[in-house]
Design a protein around this ligand. Structure first.
Ligand code: GDP
Length: 315
């Protein structure tokens, strides 16, 4: 089974974000044209604006890469933004896509949809089998609703809506604001600052013991194109590397990549979040897709992008 993207009008909602911009780059490699709303002209939380844009531009393929995203502190500080805005963005885009009759829609979630203490690695079936991690429950609830909404459109209207759940992502275009970012951009920025200041140590939040699985966003973009072309089913599908690392080890690796040789100080007044978050990506791997970018190589690329101010947002 395969879906041909050539000649299709593809709309990547969220094309200026880390994921959306990586997907636009990846689609361009294959010579595909991508639709984009000019900056500041489309508020995805406004239903009428989204309907009007989709009706006027008539995409054949829609990817929902738009979302309010952020790290552990941002979720705690802005629960309404993470729940309300994400619900509206996904509901508005899916309704407009259904009304215009798109050939395919891909919704993007996150590994935090799975229960805090889900069996590891977390398979797709773990969804809704237990309580969520409280630090990112707002975002998770919105993303779970999005998965179910895509499934509902498939069931009620026979539309080819699919959902992919990426693991923790990093890469060019990431958010480097120290309070709202995820761990990798934060530690790259902190390691550069500590190196340049000649500091003896840099601070890492939490105990350093949580385990995370990280994927470079260019690998995700490649997987998303693969899924658009080869996946069509009601159930969401995990997108991960299968490799996990402790926060302390990723901090050390970032120190090596950046050239900071000092110590790590663990600030346990900051939360650890979920203890372990490794996805079971065997369904995707079984379809024949493979990640290509190892963690050290990927971190070196993220550091390059940070130095070059390549899409870097400092908050
Ligand atoms: P999570 O995967 O949803 O928990 O999101 P994060 O990427 O924000 O955090 C991952 C882990 O890295 C958590 O255990 C954090 O406490 C830890 N961490 C260590 N230092 C930092 C930092 O400077 N910023 C962030 N966001 N997390 C950090």
């Amino acid at each position: 089974m395969s879906f041909d993207l050539s000649g299709r009008r593809i709309w990547v909602a969220g094309d200026r974000g880390m994921v959306g911009s990586a997907l636009v780059r990846r689609l361009a490699q294959d010579g595909h044209d991508v639709l984009a709303a000019p900056r500041g002209t489309l508020d995805l939380t406004r239903q009428a604006e989204v309907e009007a844009w989709v009706a006027a531009n008539r995409p054949d393929v829609v990817v929902i890469a738009a979302a309010r995203v952020g790290g552990i502190a941002a979720n705690a500080a802005r629960p309404v933004d993470f729940l309300h805005d994400n619900l509206l963005i996904e509901a508005n885009i899916m309704a407009a896509a259904a009304a215009t009759g798109v050939a395919k829609l891909l919704f993007l979630g996150s590994s935090c949809i799975y229960p805090r203490l889900a069996a590891q690695p977390m398979a797709e079936e773990a969804l809704l089998t237990g309580p969520l991690e409280p630090t990112n429950q707002w975002y998770a609830i919105a993303k779970i609703a999005g998965i179910k909404l895509a499934e509902a459109y498939r069931q009620q209207h026979g539309l080819d809506f699919i959902s992919a759940m990426p693991t923790n992502l990093y890469g060019p275009g990431d958010n480097y604001d120290l309070e709202s970012s995820h761990v990798i951009p934060a530690l790259i920025r902190k390691a550069v600052a500590a190196r340049d200041a000649g500091d003896a140590a840099m601070t890492v939040w939490g105990s350093g013991t949580p385990l995370r699985e990280f994927m470079h966003v260019d690998d995700l973009a490649d997987a998303l194109v693969f899924l658009l072309e080869h996946y069509s089913a009601a159930e969401h599908i995990n997108v991960g590397t299968g490799q996990e690392v402790t926060i302390a080890d990723v901090a050390r690796l970032i120190g090596e990549v950046v050239g900071f040789a000092g110590d790590l100080v663990f600030d346990t007044s900051r939360p650890d979040g979920t203890p372990r978050k490794l996805m079971d990506s065997s369904r995707l791997l079984g379809l024949g897709w493979r990640p290509r970018i190892g963690l050290r190589e990927g971190l070196a690329d993220a550091y390059r992008a940070f130095q070059a101010h390549d899409g870097v947002r400092l908050g």
